[in-house]
Ligand binder design. Structure first.
Ligand SMILES: Cc1cc2nc3c(=O)[nH]c(=O)nc-3n(C[C@H](O)[C@H](O)[C@H](O)COP(=O)(O)OP(=O)(O)OC[C@H]3O[C@@H](n4cnc5c(N)ncnc54)[C@H](O)[C@@H]3O)c2cc1C
Length: 119
C-alpha cells in the first residue's frame, strides 16, 4: 500500500499523556487566540495512551501497562482529567489492585501502599 505524504506545520510525536496533553493545550490556544495553524498527533502504536494505557485480554481482564493512579494536586491537570473522564465513578474507582513480583519469592500487594508477602 503506498504511503500517504501529509504536510503539517506542527507534528506531535507520541500519543501518550505528554503528546495528548500537548495536543489539548495547543487546541485550546488555537481556539482562544484564533491561531491559524493545525497539527497532527502520531503514534507508533495502534491506540493512544502510551504507558498510561490498559491492555485487555481475550477473557476481558484489564491490565494497566503502567500508570493507573493519579497523584496530581495541579488544578489544570485535574480539570483535564475530569473533562476526559466526566463520569465520577470511572475516575474515583478504587476497585483495581496491583501486584508486584518480589524477588521471585512471592507477591506483594501494593494497591493501598501495604506490602505483604504471599506464601
Ligand atoms: C510500571 C509503571 C507504573 C506507573 N504508574 C504510574 C501511576 O500510577 N501514576 C502516574 O501518574 N504515572 C505512572 N507511571 C508513569 C506514567 O506512565 C508516565 O509518566 C507517562 O506514561 C509518560 O507519558 P509520556 O507521554 O511522556 O510517555 P509514554 O507514556 O511512554 O508515551 C510515549 C508514546 O510515544 C510513542 N512513541 C515513542 N516513540 C515513537 C516514535 N518514534 N514514533 C511514534 N510514536 C512513538 C509510544 O508508542 C507511546 O505511545 C507509571 C509508569 C510505569 C512504567
Amino acid at each position: 500500500m503506498p504511503k500517504e505524504i501529509v504536510h503539517t506545520p506542527i507534528l506531535i510525536l507520541g500519543a501518550g499523556p505528554t503528546g495528548l496533553g500537548a495536543a489539548k493545550r495547543l487546541e485550546e490556544c488555537i481556539e482562544m487566540k484564533g491561531m491559524k495553524t493545525n497539527f497532527i498527533v502520531v503514534d507508533a502504536n495502534k491506540s493512544a495512551g502510551g504507558l498510561a494505557s490498559t491492555d485487555t485480554t481475550n477473557e476481558g481482564f484489564l491490565f494497566d501497562v503502567g500508570g493507573h493512579v493519579i497523584f496530581s494536586h495541579y488544578l489544570y491537570f485535574d480539570q483535564c482529567v475530569t473533562q476526559a473522564l466526566p463520569r465520577e465513578e470511572v475516575r474515583s474507582s478504587s476497585t483495581s489492585t496491583s501486584w508486584v513480583l518480589k524477588q521471585l519469592k512471592g507477591l506483594a500487594k501494593t494497591s493501598s501502599g501495604i506490602l505483604r508477602e504471599v506464601a
